[in-house]
Design a protein around this ligand. Structure first.
Ligand code: ATP
Ligand code: MG
Length: 274
């Protein structure tokens, strides 16, 4: 069968869906076309986001660890830009430099060379005090291990990061109650971490990272020890936070199915972006 015949058959098949009603078919086609154009536009908008939306910018970042005689090049000449409200996944094999990259973005570590800007502020030559202020005001961290305090009830665990700010106790209590509700743990506020499941602890750690209303969330393997159902709900929670608060989210994961749910995947191999 030639291509024209093939096409005619397709058109007949399509029209039969509308019982030969060509105007209904026409309407369906133009609505489909509109949807395609809209999604095209959304993709283009994302690609051409204006530069003032850039919240994280790395230029030629390298990190070398000197261990005895054998230096380790954990990052080599990494350049990247992340926009406000983007949900980015960083993937790569074990040892490829994911955690190192996240720590440098989060100003917990300094690069050996290169520039790092967070909200247009060059961070590599800030003093330790200025850095901890920037971290406290801007960034929420979720680490590979969660370090919930075992002897504190859940609500007190969530309040800890806010205690180092000048917020009043009443204000902190309101934020904690709101956050517990947001992550579906309102009923658990008086419980200790040992009384919670792995997934609940993970959600609590996310809530704790949000208590100071950070504009950037950095999470290292936040679904590390979770089954696929709990991993999915953690990722959904990130998306919801991003959609409602416009938070920029950077998640390190070696799980491809988690990474694919992000807006963009940055893959590292031997310390470079591939
Ligand atoms: N403090 C350190 N001192 C020396 N070498 C380090 C240090 N931290 C990391 N490295 C090395 O740097 C490289 C990158 O480590 P990194 O922790 O960033 O990898 P990763 O991609 O997060 O791995 P994983 O998936 O196993 O967590 C590794 O070779 C690691 O051994
Ligand atoms: Mg790591």
């Amino acid at each position: 069968m030639n291509t024209i015949d093939n096409l005619n058959d397709k058109i007949k098949e399509f029209l039969s869906l509308f019982d030969g009603d060509t105007s209904a078919a026409q309407l369906a086609l133009s609505s489909y076309q509109q949807q395609l154009e809209n999604s095209d536009r959304a993709i283009r908008a994302r690609q051409t986001r204006p530069i003032e939306d850039e919240v994280i910018c790395l230029r030629g970042v390298s990190k070398r660890y000197e261990l005895g005689k054998q230096p380790i090049e954990a990052l080599r000449n990494v350049t990247l830009s992340i926009s406000k409200g983007e949900f980015v996944a960083i993937t790569g094999a074990s040892g490829s430099g994911k955690s190192t990259l996240l720590q440098i973005i989060g100003c917990l570590d300094k690069p050996t060379s290169g520039r790092v800007e967070v909200e247009s502020k060059e961070t590599t030559n800030l003093s330790d005090n200025a850095l901890s202020e920037l971290r406290q005001e801007t960034i929420g961290f979720i680490f590979q291990s969660f370090y919930l305090q075992p002897f504190l009830r859940l609500s007190d665990n969530l309040a800890v990061p806010a205690m180092f700010t000048d917020k009043k106790k009443q204000e902190i209590d309101i934020s904690v109650t709101e956050l517990l509700k947001r992550v579906g743990l309102s009923e658990r506020s008086r419980h200790f971490p040992r009384e919670l499941s792995g997934g609940q602890i993970q959600r609590a750690a996310i809530a704790r990272a949000l208590v100071n209303k950070p504009r950037i969330i950095l999470a290292d393997e936040p679904t590390g020890n979770l089954d696929s159902g709990n991993s999915k709900s953690v990722i959904e929670l990130f998306r919801k936070i991003r959609d409602t608060l416009g938070t920029t989210i950077v998640v390190v994961t070696h799980d491809g199915s988690i990474a694919r749910q992000a807006d963009r995947i940055i893959e590292l191999k031997d310390g470079t972006i591939v």
